[in-house]
Design a binder for this molecule. Structure first.
Ligand code: PEP
Ligand code: MG
Length: 895
């Protein structure tokens, strides 16, 4: 095995092996860009180390060979007392995990080589500063010395000197600080700071390997759904120095604005600073544009390189660079993270610029991003903002201010909405950032830790609100003080921070859909829409975002094989879903129509002891149901409406056993309630999800399903007679055996014949009991369509209750990696998905024109949509708000 690659040996497609940073350093090296020489130790070496507790036998020799080549390229030797080569040892996994793993800079510097570095650089202060940084980083990350110990010593040194910033400390101060740091190091580790350059390097490499399993890294991966077994690569890179004086510095740049997609010069620059200072938000940066005045040559070179990179990667790139005495060096690039809005806008821009084609543009946006764009924003307000910071991650967040990560997590766990307020965040704040509705900091730019992590998680974030004076338990702006629990509102789109609650309003994307403007091109299912397209109506001024979203959705509609239907059980939802592009109703849950005022009628049905009473109760329900269906059929005129016959566990219709029993014990029950109590006792089930539900109920209470079918057929007749185009379908829930379906079907056909609605009424079944999936061939003989009820199929296939288990043990299962994600959220393709595939195959074999869809929650989940596409379904049906998401993902699945 080869465990070490020189930069010139790699390329951008080797991210699995070299990590993102290593692969892109290799790519830039091969593009001829100024990358400091170095090499990458592979993720495979990391995995071996984490598995065996030691590095692979051949690694040492390989590192030696690559180090020798590096020394030759730099004409210096690692840690040489006369003229030391220093290296950085940097983590870099396949997926970017900003700040979650370790990096050690200035490796190779020792007591012996500080004078050499001072001589060579002509800067004594710089040499001591580099050494103290090494001891600090190395101590903290390699030897677990608490970071505060160093910070306190640094603060003390500044106090003694009366200095504000670390740049105010001179060489003597820093030399004294190095002594203090070495003592701290010895105190905490029981050994002297290592004076052997190669030993420093090896310990640093191991520390980077181990940082893969740091708690915050594990937490971040779980949040971002990054697999836990990938490991990180390690990049050993010749140091270049941004802290050599005012002609040096370090910065971050984007080829486009990562928040809006606009082209221009975006980034932050920090003169006379090293490495991670910018990302850590330790000092406030200056806009990249100002570099033009400071160092026009480097600025021009940087602009040239940025355009080379964007041309090469054909996408927005972000860049870390350092200027060492007027010489520009590229330390990192990657296809940059961006907001959801920018993802759509940039994809559209790149198509317009002829850089990518519409398919590629569609690949670059996701349903998850679209979902984010459907979040509300703040309404226009006269309230004066308290402060304005940098709009780092969009959205509107309102919550109680909390100033500590752990407190934020605690309060959020009790249901509070919180805004985490910090001077700046660091990776230890991750739990609070996850728990918070929004994040607010007083320091740091668009690339600070808070901004990068918040964007990645889709959390609203305002950073660098410098007017805020943030302490550990409050912040002050002018005369206003905000303490824990005070409500604030932060606008991640404008950067404004308000005291109190600002009302929120729907997203422009949702408003656009609601405006009846977005219309899908019909997919393969051949369902046509009677209303015209967007262009036909000559749409007026739209924001660039709305235009970009619309464009992506149109292309998705052109490409997709899957149709997208919706789950809706009233006319309002149906109408909205239709405006969102739904091509039918795949699930109308009729039990939702039996609650509220109608509950008494249902109770009467359950309490009925004679068939007369039963018929009376049903007769009272019939007109109500007919009106329900007529409304929905009208709202979906011309599109299929799949009405599922009633499927509730019976207890949902009756008052709670406990309540009645308590009242009974107190002697407070009337005669009707006594009857009810008896009925509740009679029908009580230990496990109602596995009890008298769905088709079972329909067969036990004769006339219930028949009443519903009659209501559907009569509603269809009525709508048709009024000139409409009703397309009802009847769906039977919880079927496990063809005999159940046959019994219902025979009865339903009689009713339909009797009513004579004047339109066909197909009868089909849900496939949601595993036995139904396994006998799909037989069942297809009696069903004109299948619709997978993947909620129940998951519940019954796994044998766990959908109502109880998510809070009971899913957290633990996710922690243990048994699940990557809840199987109620994303379909378990290997297990439950197999039941789906079997049923599709055997169902279609028995009835080639069988129409097949899915109406479980998974129908609107991006990953699951890809699965259903691959399984050959005709449509997915999901909640109205997920319809655009499903359209987009169905399009992406078809690419
Ligand atoms: C299902 O089980 O997936 C389904 C759609 O039905 P319900 O959620 O109503 O049980
Ligand atoms: Mg179900």
């Amino acid at each position: 095995d080869k465990y070490v690659y020189a930069f010139a040996e790699g390329n951008k497609d080797l991210k699995d092996l070299l990590g993102g940073k290593g692969a892109n350093l290799a790519e830039m090296t091969n593009l001829g860009l100024p990358v400091p020489p170095g090499f990458t130790i592979t993720t495979e070496a990391c995995r071996a180390y984490l598995r065996d507790g030691k590095t692979p036998a051949s690694l040492d020799a390989e590192i030696s060979a690559h180090l020798a080549a590096l020394e030759q390229a730099m004409a210096k030797k690692l840690g040489d007392p006369e003229d030391p080569l220093l290296v950085s040892v940097r983590s870099g996994a396949k997926f970017s995990m900003p700040g979650m793993m370790e990096t050690v800079l200035n490796v190779g510097l020792t007591d012996a080589s500080v004078p050499g570095l001072a001589r060579q650089s002509g800067n004594i202060r710089f040499a001591w500063d580099s050494y103290r940084r090494l001891i600090q980083m190395f101590g903290k990350t390699v030897c677990d010395v608490p970071g505060e110990a160093f910070e306190q010593a640094l603060d003390a040194a500044k106090r003694v000197k009366g200095a504000h910033a670390d740049v105010d400390l001179d060489a003597d101060d820093l030399q004294a600080l190095v002594d203090a740091y070495k003592q701290i190091f010895k105190q905490h580790t029981g050994r002297d700071f290592p004076q052997e350059p190669r030993e420093q390097m090896e310990l640093a490499i191991r520390a980077v390997f181990e940082s893969w399993n740091a708690e915050r890294a594990i937490l971040y991966r779980r949040q971002e759904r990054i697999p836990g077994d990938l490991g990180t690569a390690v990049n050993v890179v010749a140091m270049v120095f941004g802290n050599l004086g005012d002609d040096s510095g370090t910065g971050v740049a984007f080829t486009r604005d990562p928040a809006t997609g606009e082209q221009g010069v975006y980034g932050d620059y920090l003169p006379n600073a090293q490495g991670e200072d910018v990302v850590a938000g330790i000092r406030n940066t200056i806009p990249l544009q100002d570099l033009e005045g400071l160092d026009p040559t480097s600025f021009t070179e940087l602009m040239r390189i940025m355009s080379v990179l964007e041309g090469h990667y054909k996408d927005l790139c972000d860049i870390e660079f350092t200027i060492e005495r007027g010489k520009l060096w590229m330390l990192q690039t990657r296809v940059g993270k961006r907001t959801a809005a920018a993802a759509f806008i940039i994809a559209g821009q790149l198509v317009d610029e002829g850089v990518i084609d519409p398919d590629e543009a569609l690949r670059r946006v996701t349903g998850a991003q679209l979902m984010q764009l459907m979040f509300p924003t703040f309404a226009k307000t006269d309230t004066q903002p308290l402060a304005k910071g940098i709009a780092a991650s969009p959205g509107a967040a309102v919550g109680k201010a909390v100033f500590d990560s752990a407190r934020a997590a605690e309060r959020a766990a009790t249901g509070d909405k919180v805004i985490l307020v910090r001077r700046e965040t660091n990776p230890d704040d991750l739990p609070g950032m996850i728990a918070a509705a929004g994040i607010l900091t007083s320091r740091g730019g668009k690339t600070s830790h808070a901004a990068v992590v918040a964007r990645g998680m889709g959390r609203t974030c305002v950073c660098g609100a410098e007017a805020l004076d943030v302490t550990d338990d409050s912040f002050k702006v002018g005369t206003t003080t905000v303490r824990e629990g005070d409500v604030i509102s932060i606008d991640g789109t404008t950067g404004k921070v308000y005291l109190g609650e600002i009302p929120v309003e729907p997203s422009p994307v949702v408003q656009y859909f609601e405006g009846d403007a977005a219309h899908s091109v019909p997919a393969r299912s051949g369902v046509s829409r009677e209303d015209g397209g967007l262009n036909a109506s000559g749409d007026t001024a739209q924001s660039p975002l709305v235009r970009a979203v619309d464009r992506a959705l149109r292309h998705a509609d052109e490409m997709r094989r899957l149709a997208v239907w919706t789950n809706a059980d009233n006319a309002a939802d149906a109408g909205r879903a239709r405006r969102f592009g739904a091509q039918g109703i795949g699930l109308c849950r009729t039990e939702h129509m039996f609650l509220g005022d109608r509950r008494e009628l249902v109770e009467a049905l359950i309490l009925a002891s004679t068939s007369d009473e039963q018929e009376q109760a049903l007769a009272a329900l019939l007109p109500l149901q007919r009106a329900d269906f007529a409304e929905i059929l009208q709202a979906m005129n011309g599109l299929p409406v799949t009405v599922r016959l009633i499927d509730p566990p019976l207890h949902e219709f009756l008052p709670s056993l406990e309540e009645l029993a308590v009242k009974d014990a107190q002697g407070r029950l009337g005669s009707r309630e006594k009857e009810l109590l008896a009925a509740v006792r009679r029908t009580h089930e230990e496990n109602p999800m596995l009890g008298l539900r769905g088709v079972r109920l329909g067969l036990v209470i004769p006339g219930l399903f028949a009443m519903q079918v009659r209501a559907i057929a009569e509603a269809a007749r009525q709508v048709k007679q009024a000139g409409g185009d009703p397309r009802p379908e009847v769906m039977v829930p919880l079927v496990g055996a063809v005999q159940e379906l046959e019994a219902v079907r025979t009865q339903a056909l009689d009713v339909i014949r009797d009513v004579d609605p004047g339109v066909p009424v197909p009868i089909g079944t849900m496939i949601e009991v595993p036995r139904a999936a396994l006998t799909a061939g037989e069942i297809a003989g009696s069903a004109e369509f299948f619709s997978f009820g993947t909620n129940d199929l998951t519940q019954m296939g796994w044998g766990f209750s959908r109502d109880d288990v998510e809070s009971a043990f899913f957290g633990r299962y996710l922690e243990l990696g048994i699940f990557g994600v809840s199987p109620f959220e994303t379909l378990d393709a290997d297990g439950i998905g197999r039941l789906v595939r079997i049923a599709v195959e055997e169902g279609r074999a028995a009835r080639p024109d069988l129409q097949i869809g899915v109406c479980g929650e998974h129908g609107g989940d991006p990953d699951s949509v890809h699965f259903f596409d691959s399984a050959g379904l005709d449509y997915v049906s999901c909640s109205p708000f997920r319809v655009p998401v499903a359209r987009l993902e169905a399009g992406r699945a078809a690419l």
